[in-house]
Design a protein around this ligand. Structure first.
Ligand SMILES: [Ca+2]
Ligand SMILES: [Ca+2]
Ligand SMILES: [Ca+2]
Length: 775
């Protein structure tokens, strides 16, 4: 495997598959074979013959005697029926000129004895024969026209829905992985969703998908300007600086090389992809993490004293907040300039602002944003507006195109009166299968909104062709767009910034501290020096308390510790280090930190064991579940209409038939469905509330794949009369509607006397107004 990793970093590889043939037509792929070489210059793909008898072989380059490796990674599933175990076995090394099966025939040739192997993706160099008219070998990444850069607002963070086909979230491979240091696998939480706006823009530009796509998203949740720009690119150890996610990995170089070839975000600076692939179009969101937007929201949504606003929403801290937002102008401007330089000004660069995601109206009704009060919502909306002006000004100064998406969601925002296109608070410590970082981000519908707004901003002209400047160039810097001419807002006029004060969100400590056990909190700075040998002052907010002083060393760095007061309440706090920067200006570095109580079973010190709190520690449960999905509405990412039924494809892990669709009734909704005597199988899951209503039984309905569930109300006034209709697709993507034979209670346990299995009936036509298409 180390050899294959090397191939992905520095060599070349091809993934090929063989297909079975039925009646002269190729159908299911079965054996999957991977070929690789450790050095890019050892092998290339050479063609023999021409269509329809064309074949291609992986051949040595002149003078090379290196090995070509091959591995069959075959799933027994398709060969020996469903439910077979996954196997992987190594076929061995092919040395020198003996390459028995690295040959790919374009069409099935039974008389020829061809192996009918097709290439799925390949990074080998290819020598196309003269007059070649066929399709290029898929996977050639040298033609990337569009690169999406950015942070969580571009990655698709917060797309918490599960794909019914896979029962997983829509996050792309390599972007939702927990750390496994023993296996050399770093933590990868870039959360790139395949339903994010860059996917929609790429589709609009016609850049394809899969291994031959002419674009890639290398966005990553949590990315700051530093994770995208040119600064210290060689010494970078992956996101989450100062200690990056690759810190301490001895295969760091391999992991980074592989990331550049495989478009894996979070391991190298985003600008490295720009340098390597020279895209024609770049889109990005940047700066949100630099002002600690997520951390501030966490603080405000979980602030320590209930019934009081968090510090950032208080008038006395407004000038701080403004300074923090305003001075990002410089780093944003230089990021845009770095990107221009990396492409020799040959790319069209589109900088998006941030969308308003929560209703700031003090009278708005909020369902699941728990403690964000009116003053906090006012602070959030005003910060988004002002920060967008900062971003726009920096974009103007650098001469790139600013895209205004501020009102993309309309009133489909949190605390709005329409269905929300934003994921609300999820939870703090993983109680409902979601992660805190997913809170307050656009969902799939929100990403469609952003893509739509983007298209409107360009007047419908493709980003590949849009004229950014009047003179036909890709950038037109405006020297009048300085930091001093950023348009003020009414809200921030009340918070005049002091010209000599810099407020900077900075990772001072590891972000958490436990009282008593870790009475001292370590504080380190390096990239933001203070005046050497001068004292800095450490405070904790929002009730400001002095924690002590530390002296900066000869380089102006801080490396010391301070004691936390024992009576500091558990919860989120703001740690601040103030002092004088080397240029004599006042500098305040801050970080949101979580202070835990000493009892590991009650870290929020509220007297209730955290495991008995529906949303985990630090989130006050609403003790309400309006959509009947079992998630307390205080930490429910989305509160929908009540869930009466669910349907999905069968799971072999639960002993079900994967060829069938299963329809369940939600027994929590007994009051709405009027059925109270459902039998629920709790043998596999004690928390299950799903009662099996029926599944596809007949030959006519098996093998269809679940698409969507709709409730057809026979009488609008009475939801109890609603019939669940399952929409399903066949192998040719044709849409069918299925209805249960009888949707009364299946009160009996399967197998018991009088138990009757219920099937789903295929309807002759789709009911009025429904289709398999996604909204
Ligand atoms: Ca507790
Ligand atoms: Ca709920
Ligand atoms: Ca819900």
């Amino acid at each position: 495997m180390a050899s294959l990793e090397r191939a992905m970093a520095t060599g070349a590889y091809a993934v090929a598959y063989e297909q079975t043939t039925v009646n002269g037509k190729t159908v299911n792929p079965y054996f999957i074979t991977v070929f690789w070489s450790e050095n890019r210059n050892d092998f290339y793909i050479k063609f023999y013959g021409d269509a329809p008898y064309r074949s291609a072989t992986i051949t040595h380059k002149w003078g090379s005697g290196a090995k070509l490796y091959g591995m069959i990674a075959g799933s027994t599933g398709p060969l020996w029926g469903r439910g077979g175990c996954e196997v992987e076995f190594l076929q061995g090394n092919y040395s020198n000129n003996a390459i028995p099966s690295a040959q790919f025939n374009e069409s099935y040739m039974p008389w020829y004895g061809g192996n009918n192997m097709k290439i799925f993706t390949s990074t080998f160099d290819v020598e196309y024969p003269d007059g070649y008219k066929g399709k290029p070998i898929p996977g050639d990444r040298r033609n990337i026209k569009y690169l999406a850069l950015g942070d969580s607002f571009s990655s698709g963070e917060g797309d918490t829905d599960k794909n019914p086909a896979t029962d997983q979230k829509y996050y792309r491979q390599w972007t939702d992985v927990n750390e496994d240091k023993a296996k050399g696998a770093p933590r990868e939480k870039c959360h790139v969703s395949t339903r994010s706006y860059p996917y929609k823009l790429a589709n609009w530009m016609g850049l394809g998908s899969g291994p031959s796509a002419e674009w890639a998203s290398v966005t990553c949740s949590g990315a700051t300007v530093y994770d995208m720009n040119w600064d210290n690119s060689g010494g970078y150890e992956g996101q989450d600086s100062p200690l990056g996610r690759l810190h301490g990995y001895d295969n760091k170089g391999t992991l980074q090389g592989m990331a550049l070839n495989e478009m894996i975000p979070g391991r190298v600076k985003q600008i490295e992809f720009v340098k390597k692939y020279q895209p024609k179009v770049i889109t990005l969101t940047a700066g949100g993490n630099d002002v600690g937007f997520g951390a501030k929201l966490t603080l405000c949504a979980n602030h320590e004293s209930w019934g009081d606003s968090c510090m950032w929403a208080k008038p006395e801290y407004r000038s701080w907040l403004k300074a923090d937002l305003k001075y990002q102008y410089y780093s944003l401007k230089s990021l845009y300039e770095d990107l221009k330089k990396a492409t020799n000004d040959q790319a069209k660069i589109y900088v998006l602002g941030y969308p308003q995601f929560i209703n700031g109206d003090p009278t708005a009704q909020c369902k699941n944003t728990f403690t964000l009060d009116a003053r906090e919502r006012e602070m959030i909306t005003n910060s988004v507006t002002y920060y967008n002006r900062v971003i726009k000004q920096a974009a103007k100064a650098a001469g790139v195109k600013y895209i205004d998406v501020e009102n993309a969601f309309g009133n489909h925002w949190l605390c709005g009166d329409r269905d929300s296109h934003v994921t609300a608070i999820t939870n703090i410590f993983g109680a409902n299968g979601n992660e805190r970082q997913e809170s307050f981000h656009p969902n799939a519908k929100g990403h469609s909104d952003i893509a739509r707004k983007f298209a409107t901003e360009l007047g419908g002209v493709s980003p590949l062709r849009y004229a950014i400047c009047e003179n036909g160039r890709n950038s037109c810097p405006d020297s009048a767009a300085t930091i001093n001419t950023i348009e003020d807002t009414e809200y921030f006029k009340k918070g005049q910034t002091q010209d000599d004060l810099r407020v900077i969100n900075y990772k001072l400590s590891n972000g958490t501290a436990t009282k008593v056990q870790e009475k001292y909190i370590e504080i380190k700075t390096s990239r933001r020096p203070y005046k050497p040998w001068k004292k800095v002052y450490v405070k904790i907010y929002s009730e400001p308390r002095d924690l002590g002083e530390i002296e900066a060393d000869k380089n102006g760095e801080i490396n010391g510790s301070v004691a936390l007061p024992g009576d500091l309440p558990a919860g989120y706090h703001t740690l601040v280090v103030s002092g004088e920067a080397p240029d004599g200006k006042k500098q305040e570095l801050y970080q949101t930190i979580l202070v835990k109580g000493p009892n590991p079973d009650d870290i929020d010190e509220n007297g209730t064991p955290d495991k008995n709190q529906p949303c985990g520690a630090f989130i006050q449960a609403a003790n309400k579940d309006e959509d009947l999905d079992g998630i307390d509405d205080a930490c429910d990412p989305e509160i929908t209409d009540p869930i009466l039924y669910t349907a999905r494809n069968g799971k072999s892990s639960l002993g079900e038939d994967e060829d069938r669709i299963y329809l369940f009734r939600n027994t929590r909704a007994a009051n709405l469905t009027g059925v109270t005597n459902d039998y629920v199988d709790k043998s596999k899951n004690q928390n299950s509330t799903d009662a099996l209503v029926g599944h596809t039984l007949s030959e006519e309905t098996r093998g269809l794949a679940f698409e969507k569930l709709v409730i057809m109300k026979e009488d609008d006034s009475d939801i109890k009369k609603g019939t669940p209709i399952v929409l399903a697709k066949d192998i040719n993507e044709k849409c069918y509607a299925l209805k249960p034979e009888n949707y009364l209670s299946p009160a009996l346990k399967p197998g018991s006397k009088d138990y009757k299995l219920r099937g789903l009936i295929k309807l002759n036509k789709l009911p009025k107004g429904v289709s398999c298409e996604k909204e």
